[in-house]
Write a protein that binds this ligand. Structure first.
Ligand SMILES: [Zn+2]
Length: 683
């Protein structure tokens, strides 16, 4: 199973060896050239166009390389391709939008097809599957768009605005102003294909590593020699392990001991003392407390996993370091992820998270959980989920319901319109959306993957689908992924301009995924979709506890990347030590008082830290948005509001919130409501 990693990591490791800062990009354009070009445009078209000319020429200059032409070529290009007339500019915009939709749309479709073997359950993977999965269909797209000048034409006529400018000006923009500014965002940097492809390969290798990282719980030994889990229980780290901890709260008979055993497994994954022999293998029995393994009653020498987890993270860091020089307005991966992708600064996000994790409300809630459990909290109680209505429904009934209703992917796909109508969507809308979603059986934990073009392609809903039918856990995740595909479909097909399609950042798609996931019992006919005060109080407390967990993980993720930029020469062992230290620091600052233990590294268990790094912050922000959405839905028509709000497309996050739910992104509404919920709910 590790063959894939070995092959894919070779080119990554080689390029990482020469990862010193790149030299400045090679361009003949000087500030004087820019000024002269702007003056000439103003002389031709009038003073009224000065600010548009200044912005467009400046952006084009940052993208122009010596290989694109001389200073004279640049000046001639700007004179010839600057479109002064607004009607002609609109025609250009529409034609650019149409062309880009096809280029991006087919590229994504091709990527999806190439990655099918890696993403879908099926044959054993071979080397060639990994190579196709790592093949980046968009790697040369940007180069080609600049080579034939489409990128320069777009940048010159539809320049980008910084995050701060969007926040200051965007409230007064028309939809078309926003659509033009989003066109500019598409061509605000120019990363060479080689650097981009190196990162894609490193990320794909990490993805494959995590997808195959299964722990066979049936082969775990407890101290008394017992095997407390069913023989065939195989769970993916860390999501499956975490969900099993959650499920064991309902097990009064030995649930706590099982939770503790899984916790020991997690600690061994984090510090890499886990025996290599037990990862994705049923050959050995493993006692995670003593860290000993045996086969046929004979003790076997265990070999620890050789920091593979951290090597994957390091490979991705090196690949990002090589990209830095090509994004002068956002020269680190941290800035690209936060200012660029989230459109919130890392400091803004960190302040928001610390405000919540250090709040008095979290401490009050911890007291309620202790009362309910009748014991002191332990670190894994960070995943306590006894607030949810589903914990009172027997696991057996849930399994029987999902297994019989959704025996396979085809049935689930056929049922999608009914699920939407149960949630209040009209029949035509339910049909429209469901026709644009395909259900497939995932190899890993499941995911959703939207389309980038309105014709020809559909959103993919990938879910685990065991032989005997879908289990409840799988269905719950499938509802999450379905939420993603509904968002992807509405924001592609119902938004007025192609460049505005989508959501402000991934947190917004997570928010709708959470909203759908919470309505799983309603869809199964086993619970309500809200409206009941006690259920709402429980949901609010659950949301607060969920934010407390994942914001801590995000603070670790952020801390690790700051450390990487401060220590670019680190090796995998040094990175591991840093991750352990940072995780313990975050724990000691905001968690140790709640759990009564210090130096716990548990917050480093998240698999998303290892692939798609710095994506994690989108989850807790997604939780905040989810909560603000849920408050907004009360007393309103759910499906109609989902359509109205998500049709806004890619405004900046705060404007989207303001217009969507009437308030900016904030932890305060959640904390205030949690105080009320706890008053109502104290037993
Ligand atoms: Zn999601």
């Amino acid at each position: 199973m590790n063959r894939l990693f070995v092959f894919l990591s070779i080119p990554v490791v080689l390029s990482a060896a020469s990862c010193a800062k790149q030299p400045a990009v090679d361009t003949p354009i000087t500030p004087e050239t820019v000024q002269r070009t702007v003056d000439a445009l103003v002389a031709n078209h009038g003073e009224g166009l000065r600010s548009r000319a200044e912005r467009g020429v400046a952006q084009t200059a940052t993208l122009w390389r010596s290989a694109d032409g001389t200073v004279a070529d640049f000046e001639a290009f700007c004179q010839q391709r600057f479109v002064a007339d607004e009607t002609a500019r609109r025609v250009l915009f529409d034609k650019l939008s149409n062309g880009l939709e096809h280029l991006y749309g087919y590229a994504i479709m091709l990527s999806k097809d190439l990655q099918r073997p890696v993403h879908l359950a099926g044959d054993e993977l071979t080397d060639i599957d990994g190579r196709f999965a790592a093949f980046d269909t968009q790697a040369h797209l940007s180069d080609d768009l600049f080579a034939n000048q489409i990128g320069f034409i777009a940048a010159l006529n539809f320049p980008a605005y910084t995050l701060v400018e969007k926040q200051q000006l965007g409230g007064n923009w028309t939809r078309l102003d926003w659509a033009y500014a989003r066109m500019g965002d598409l061509f605000s940097s120019r990363v060479p294909a080689a650097q981009q492809q190196t990162y894609t390969a490193a990320n794909a290798a990490a993805d494959a590593y995590i997808s195959e990282y299964n722990i066979n719980l049936g082969y775990l030994l407890d101290t008394d020699g017992s095997r407390p889990f069913p023989e065939d229980l195989t769970l993916i780290s860390h999501w499956g392990l975490r969900d099993e901890i959650k499920a064991q709260y309902a097990n009064a008979n030995g649930g706590l001991a099982r939770q503790q055993l899984i916790y020991e497994v997690m600690l061994r994954i984090i510090d890499q003392s886990i025996p290599q022999q037990v990862i994705n293998s049923k050959q050995y029995l493993w006692n995670p407390r003593t860290n000993t393994i045996e086969a046929q009653g004979q003790s076997v020498r265990a070999t620890s996993e050789p920091n593979t987890r951290y090597q994957h993270l390091l490979n991705q860091f090196h690949a990002q370091l090589a990209i830095d020089a090509y994004t002068p307005d956002k020269p680190t991966f941290i800035q690209r992820q936060f200012d660029g992708n989230l459109e919130l600064t890392v400091d803004e996000v960190e302040r928001l998270f610390i405000e919540l994790v250090s709040s008095a409300e979290v401490r009050q809630l911890a007291g309620i959980i202790e009362q309910r459990l009748g014991r002191k909290l332990q670190p894994f109680d960070i995943w306590y989920d006894g607030f949810n209505a589903r914990s009172t429904i027997s696991a057996d009934l849930l399994e029987r319901t999902t297994c019989s209703r959704y025996p396979n992917a085809e049935t689930l796909e056929r049922e999608l319109p009914n699920i939407l109508m149960q949630l209040g969507f009209s029949q035509p809308k339910a049909q429209f959306i469901a026709q644009r979603v395909r259900v497939e059986t995932a190899r890993g934990a499941g995911h959703a993957w939207g389309a980038e073009m309105r014709n020809h392609d559909a959103a993919l809903l990938r879910s685990r689908m065991p032989q005997g039918g879908m289990d409840y856990k799988g269905f719950n995740i499938a509802m999450h992924e379905f939420g993603h595909t509904v968002e992807q479909t509405i924001t592609l097909h119902d938004v007025d301009y192609y460049t505005m399609h989508g959501v402000p950042n991934t947190a917004f798609t997570e928010a709708l995924a959470f909203v759908f996931q919470k309505r799983d019992l309603q869809v199964l006919g086993l619970g309500q979709g809200g409206g009941d005060a006690m259920a709402n109080a429980a949901a609010t407390m659950s949301n607060l506890w969920g934010c407390f967990e994942i914001m801590g993980v995000s603070l670790v993720d952020i801390g690790v990347w700051r450390w990487l930029y401060a220590n670019p020469q680190a090796d995998a062992e040094q990175l591991k030590q840093a991750v352990l230290r940072i995780a313990k620091e975050v724990w000691n600052a905001h968690y140790s008082d709640v759990f009564g233990q210090t130096d716990v590294p548990l917050l480093a268990i998240y698999s998303h830290m290892i692939y798609y790094p710095l994506y994690l912050s989108a989850y807790p922000i997604g939780h905040l948005i989810d909560f603000q959405l849920e408050q907004h839905f009360v007393g309103r028509y759910f499906a109609a509001e989902v359509e109205r709000i998500f049709k806004q497309g890619r405004l900046d996050p705060q404007l989207w919130m303001q217009r969507g739910v009437g308030q900016p992104l904030s932890v305060q509404p959640l904390l205030t409501a949690a105080r009320k919920a706890m008053e109502q709910n104290i037993e």
